[in-house]
Design a protein around this ligand. Structure first.
Ligand code: MN
Length: 511
């Protein structure tokens, strides 16, 4: 991505390259108003202020944003930081653009103030998002440019902005399927939040990339040959390296050993149709031996954030491994920009689509449930440490990748990745969880502590005479819901036991 000093002409050229029939006049008018309003203002870095909205607009062009969104991005800091008011913007540019600009100022007031305010912040973000998802996407572009220019900020402020990006913005981008934006936000913030870890990861990744590059080039050439020989058309084949922060998170899981990160490098094949993707997978497997259990079909079973691709990991050169990712151009655009890949150029439609997309992608009901769960948590858990632990569990539930499993009747249940039959049982009903004695997966008895996989048909065997859940289940239950129910039962059990043991009269006295 280009960052730096841009001119209006750069922006227009970029827009036209993507959309020859763009409303250039609108963009020029928005630029003129922003440029004169910010005249004389400078960024901390010393650059003229207009560079900031211009850079944000460039990022949005790259995401194929429609013209009114680009105009709103150019104007986004005008009412807040200059003498030009929102009313004037409305007069000149109409209701739609003014309402986006207003939305951005509002979202801009949401500040990260420690984990205690996290809930409140997320809720505000979700509300803004539900109103107009374009506002959040502009906000991502705004934030991305701010992160790229943090060096000129006082250290404390830089740290706060970076942390806020890592804790609030990036997870939301991820939930909207905007993986490229999520990766960029995280990498830009990572440097400021954990500088030593950033340096460590960067050095490791640089070395590993240098080592791998020749082999990757060779495999790409070989893949092209294989495709030519089999008559498979392809649009592009390129190597991709994992974003640094996501690599770092994975390194922590694997004892900081980069050789254990199978998807550090991947070879991405963009093919014209879904059928080509499956055909190409066959060709790859006939040339290189696939690793067992590493073939993932996210085309027929997309991730809940909409992600689609075929993944496979293969051996090459006596035991080295590399991941292939196969997808169509539509899937590729969706994977990079998520909901922003579905911009619609008609404004009213765009809003409707955004609302539908939001519902589809983050499942509005579940978000409401999550907000409810959060407020229950806020009100019930008084101990700070317990609150933080619970919050961590809840965050995992919502932001972890999900799997889809089925009840014997064929109902689809979605659970966080690595869920066990216990999580499934409690998801169905608390009583089913409490009286669960065994589980069958695809008709076969399945240990309660073993994780489920997408596509499994899960049947819970209950035993009505069972007294309650086994506290050991806490060791492998993954969802907060299941854990809370198991703990609740244990606590209630203790209370009942006290009731039974201590005569009522004494209990009253001790009160
Ligand atoms: Mn801004």
């Amino acid at each position: 991505m280009n960052t730096g000093l841009f001119t209006l002409n750069d922006l227009i050229a970029q827009v036209k390259a993507i959309r020859p029939d763009a409303d250039v006049k609108l963009i020029e008018r928005a630029f003129a108003v922003a440029d004169s309003a910010h005249k004389g203002q400078k960024r901390m870095s010393g650059e003229p202020y207009i560079q900031h909205p211009l850079n944000a607009a460039m990022i949005l062009v790259e995401m194929h944003a429609p013209d009114p969104v680009i105009a709103a991005a150019l104007l986004h800091d005008v009412p807040e930081d200059t003498t030009v008011t929102l009313e004037e913007i409305q007069e000149k540019f109409g209701e739609d653009i003014a309402s986006m600009v207003n939305g951005i100022s509002k979202v801009g007031k949401i500040k990260y103030r420690g984990v205690e305010r996290y809930i409140e912040n997320l809720r505000k973000m979700f509300v803004a998002m539900a109103n107009d998802i374009r506002v959040i996407i502009i906000k991502f572009a705004d934030r991305l440019h701010n992160l790229q220019t943090l060096d000129s900020m006082p250290q404390k402020k830089a740290y706060r902005i970076a942390l806020e990006s890592l804790e609030i913005y990036a997870p939301i981008a991820g939930r909207l399927g905007m993986n490229e934006i999520k990766g960029r936000l995280e990498d830009a913030a990572f440097r400021y939040v954990l500088p030593k870890e950033y340096d460590f990861t960067l050095e490791l990744a640089t070395k590993a990339t240098q080592n791998k590059q020749p082999a990757i080039r060779k495999i790409i050439d070989q893949t092209k040959d294989e495709f030519y020989n089999s008559g498979i058309l392809f649009i592009d084949i390129h190597g991709r390296y994992k974003h640094l922060y996501s690599l770092y998170r994975k390194l922590l899981k694997y004892g900081r050993d980069i050789t254990k990160i199978y998807d550090f490098t991947a070879i991405r094949c963009i093919l014209p149709t879904t059928a080509d993707c499956y055909a190409a997978l066959g060709i790859i497997h006939s040339r290189w031996t696939p690793l067992k259990g590493r073939i993932k079909d996210y085309i027929s079973q997309p991730k809940p954030n909409g992600y689609q691709s075929l993944h496979t990991t293969v051996f090459y050169d006596h035991g080295s491994i590399v991941e292939f990712q196969l997808r169509t151009p539509e899937m590729h655009e969706s994977a990079e920009f998520g909901i922003a890949a579905h911009w619609n150029y008609d404004e009213a439609k765009s809003k409707k689509m955004a609302a539908e997309g939001l519902k589809r992608l983050i499942d509005a009901e579940k978000e409401i449930e999550w907000i409810n769960q959060l407020s229950v948590l806020q009100n019930t858990v008084k101990d700070k440490q317990e609150f933080l632990d619970s919050l961590e569990e809840l965050k995992l539930d919502v932001f972890r990748d999900r799997i889809f499993v089925y009840t014997p009747k064929g109902d689809v249940i979605d659970l966080p990745e690595e869920s066990t039959p216990i999580d499934f049982a409690y998801h169905i009903h608390t009583d089913i969880g409490n009286t669960c004695s065994a589980a069958k997966v695809n008709g076969i008895i399945h240990p309660l502590d073993q994780t489920l996989r997408s596509g499994d048909i899960v049947e819970i065997v209950t035993d009505k005479s069972r007294k309650g859940p086994n506290p050991d289940w806490l060791k492998f239950a993954k969802t907060r819901h299941a854990k809370a129910k198991i703990r609740q039962y244990a606590r209630a059990g203790l209370a009942n036991w006290i009731k039974g043991v201590i005569p009522a009269a004494i209990r009253k006295k001790t009160k």
